[in-house]
Design a protein around this ligand. Sequence first.
Ligand code: ATP
Ligand code: MG
Length: 635
Amino acid sequence: MAGEILKQFHQRSIAHPDDFWREQAQRIHWERPFDQVLDYSRPPFARWFVGGTTNLCYNAIDRHLAQRAEQKALVFVSTETGIEHQYSYRDLYVEVNRLAAVLKQQGVGKGDRVIIYMPMIPEAFFAMLACVRIGAIHSVVFGGFAAHSLATRIDDAQPALLVTADAGMRGGRSIPYKPLVDEACRLASHPPRHVLLVNRGLDPGLTWVPGRDLDYAQSMQAVGTPEVPVEWVESTHPAYILYTSGTTGKPKGVQRDTGGYAVALTASMEYIYCGKPGEAMFTTSDIGWVVGHSYIVYAPLLAGMTTIMYEGLPTRPDGGIWWQLVERYQVTTVFSSPTAIRVLKKQDPKYLTQYDLSSLRYLFLAGEPLDEPTARWISEALKVPVVDNYWQTETGWPILSAMPGVEPTACKFGSPSFPVYGYNVQLLDENTGQPVPAQQKGVLGIVPPLPPGCLSTVWGDDARFVSTYFSLLKERPVYSSFDWGIRDEEGYYFILGRTDDVINVAGHRLGTREIEEAVSSHANVAEVAVVGIEDKLKGQVPIAFVVPKNAGLLTDAAATQAFEKQVLEAVDSHLGAIARPARVYVVSLLPKTRSGKLLRRSIQAVAEGRDPGDLTTLDDASALEQIRQAIQGTL
Ligand code: ATP
Ligand code: MG
């Protein structure tokens, strides 16, 4: 059962949002106090802290200078280049001011967009903060995207300037960025006037476009060490645009405000992440994703913490690197993803126990369903609570989570626990529009207004914001998460998969997640993807693609067959024969987005012999090829 304190805390946030959020807003600096906590005169658009002016960069950096100028703000570690560098709050202030001056010199001002297409280097971090300092709107595009994806985002955001680097590094190999930027600028109808380039000296073939391209180091040197006054912006002024991962189709430009976001993140550091000023947080995501925006860059700084930024693989030089950093920097809070933990699971477990992890209090995981065996494995190895967070790019911070900073509650593996304060979550029956009782599946909806920090609209497209997110029910506007969930008698929520992943087997609706969870209970399963494919008799049947933990055990066809049979038995015993996959295929890799999410829609299309559609978000094309080969002639 959700603790009593937690329950009351949540209820108050829903019943009295004005009081609740007025109190939370005291956590940040307002240059001009707001007149109104919430303006909800134009549903479903919510405007938080109307009339107030503030600045995200001021709250993240300047505000701390009086008390913690010499404290570490950013620790940068690259196992790719061997560079390790620490920046105090004062250092960060200096770098961000210089870069803000460079941007201003290039004519970038309030409301202008700046695209940041960069590897995980400190300059990317500075660029985000420099933008918000001067009221410019950043849009970080994950560095793994190719020219075409970048061009689409350029045309949607129409940036005045683009910040990039000559190259990124992955597994010791240099990956040029600049040719992709040049190509994207050619493809785009609205290319930026200027490209500011950090030359890391990683690409010997680097070329410059005269007049357009500017050298970062030279530009910084030319401005010296100026102080750039912060631009006080309205609370509702957009801080950034961030495109969703594109797992289900065309990415949407999520627009985030300034004041609501700052308040929501600062509060979350106390209530959810339990991070205190002076402590260190290590978020292993990439700044190109929402978790990186919120919990590598903004939230730790807003809370006066030290944030660790890591360029490199989790397995290089070995599978212990993250935990080595935890020891070295006395990290209290690690935030990662189930996908990353499943990668570590294939490594030698000794890497998890070889360092002194006594500083660590929590491991938070988000982005994908966290299966029970993985949660149990990592929690037992690290000996700290593992907290599953459910959220979306759209919300910017968790929708479902345990909130140990409000009240510690027992963890149930496989469940991201309870609705977070501010979110009026309902599981809804799609047909009746009514909330479903416990133990019944429903679409996870949020009754608006969405709390502070959530998207204010889709960039440049208010109509799309309304039609995409608020058309689940005809009778009333409810935000649809497009995820399918269930709540148990004790109030714990479980995410069962995306609404378009629900499989209809002879009239029974099954979430892909439920079946995957059952398959994962087999000891030799590292990862699994379940999709529904067309079946003349039953409508749809599930099929499963399994990555074994130890492929060495599947020595011959007989061993593989026995394994497949055991997997089917596991599903039978967990869910019953109705959920049993028609086939189990063993593969070595699953198709994922560049943010590590399973691309079920592409697997399903390939399995049904259809065109897999837009593959720009696909990380490794060979994974989809394996699916194609695995099913060949079997269906
Ligand atoms: P697009 O919306 O463009 O298709 P996307 O939904 O993959 O892309 P994100 O916003 O990065 O983009 O991902 C949010 C989704 O990730 C959620 O809607 C949910 O499906 C999944 N997710 C996130 N965290 C969890 C979690 N803890 N448990 C289960 N699923 C999760
Ligand atoms: Mg989504």
